[in-house]
Ligand binder design. Structure first.
Ligand code: CAA
Length: 241
């Protein structure tokens, strides 16, 4: 039987490309989503990937979602913590809600999901946890104190958890996309986005598929010795040591 993968935020943008990539690699894929039923329907129709609606920032809702997925598709061996939102603004204008919401969806979600599949992975002696961070978690971004903090948090989460999973056959890695051609990036004011693209040596936005292929590799048996790693995929916009 093929392994089962859960992709959070898996019906749109980078997540949709990851869901498709993992399905093409032969996994049974569950794509989670938070609210956009139309996109989920389109995802199911286009890809045949089953979509599950639950709020990744709510621990109990995640537990119920995981139970439903495992009942239908079998134990989850691969998790891609991809769900994320932005709520940009300079810090002097940032509200408590703006801070808490982004931390809850972008960082707490990794705990809520991973914690509830972790014991099963340990028991079975196999697991792949792939966290989707961002270039802006590595370098910081003006207007994104909340998002940069959450995405940097995912890097620390990865480095610590990788050490705990190592003896149990579980790898934990983090992927840091640069600016990828998705709705989220297209929402950045045009002038601001133009100035950002001008700083990308490759000279363009990345493609969602370019993140998906990295995830498919990290999920594979071939990547068993890669754990605790930060994989930068950003067209050389920021070269982290
Ligand atoms: N660096 C330095 N100064 C900047 C700046 C920057 N990058 N951007 C804006 N400023 C300055 C402005 O020039 C202005 O200065 P003055 O007051 O002296 O004129 C001041 O900051 C305030 O600017 P605004 O009035 O325009 O501020 P605003 O409340 O409208 O907010 C912003 C502006 C939301 C921060 C806007 O600059 C922005 O959207 N920035 C882009 C943030 C970004 O990159 N988001 C990425 C989203 S995609 C994503 O997150 C995916 C991923 O992982 C990569």
């Amino acid at each position: 039987m093929s392994r089962t993968a859960l992709v959070t935020g898996g019906t749109r943008g980078i997540g949709l490309a990851i869901s498709k990539g993992l399905k093409a690699a032969g996994y049974a894929v569950a794509a989670n989503y938070g609210g956009n039923d139309e996109a989920a329907k389109a995802c199911e129709q286009e890809t045949g990937v089953k979509c599950y609606k639950f709020d990744v920032s709510d621990y109990d809702a995640v537990g119920a979602g995981i139970a439903a997925i495992e009942a239908e598709l079998g134990p989850i061996d691969i998790v891609v913590n991809n769900a994320g939102i932005t709520w940009d603004g300079p810090f002097h204008k940032m509200s408590l809600e703006q801070w808490q919401k982004v931390i809850a969806v972008d960082l707490d979600s990794a705990f809520n999901v991973t914690r509830q599949v972790w014991e099963g992975m340990r028991e079975r002696g196999f697991g792949r946890v792939i966290n989707i961070s961002s270039i802006n978690g590595q370098k910081g971004q003006f207007g994104q104190v909340n998002y940069s903090a959450a995405k940097a948090g995912l890097i620390g989460f990865t480095k610590a958890l990788a050490q705990e999973g190592a003896k149990k056959g579980i790898t934990v890695n983090v992927v840091c996309p640069g600016y990828i051609d998705t709705e989220m990036v297209r929402a950045v004011p045009e002038k601001v986005l133009e100035s950002i693209i001008a700083t990308v040596p490759v000279g363009r936005l990345g493609k969602a598929e370019e993140i998906a292929s990295m995830c498919a590799y990290l999920a594979s048996e071939d990547a068993a010795f890669i754990t605790g790693a930060t994989m930068t995929v950003n067209g050389a916009q920021y070269i982290a040591s």
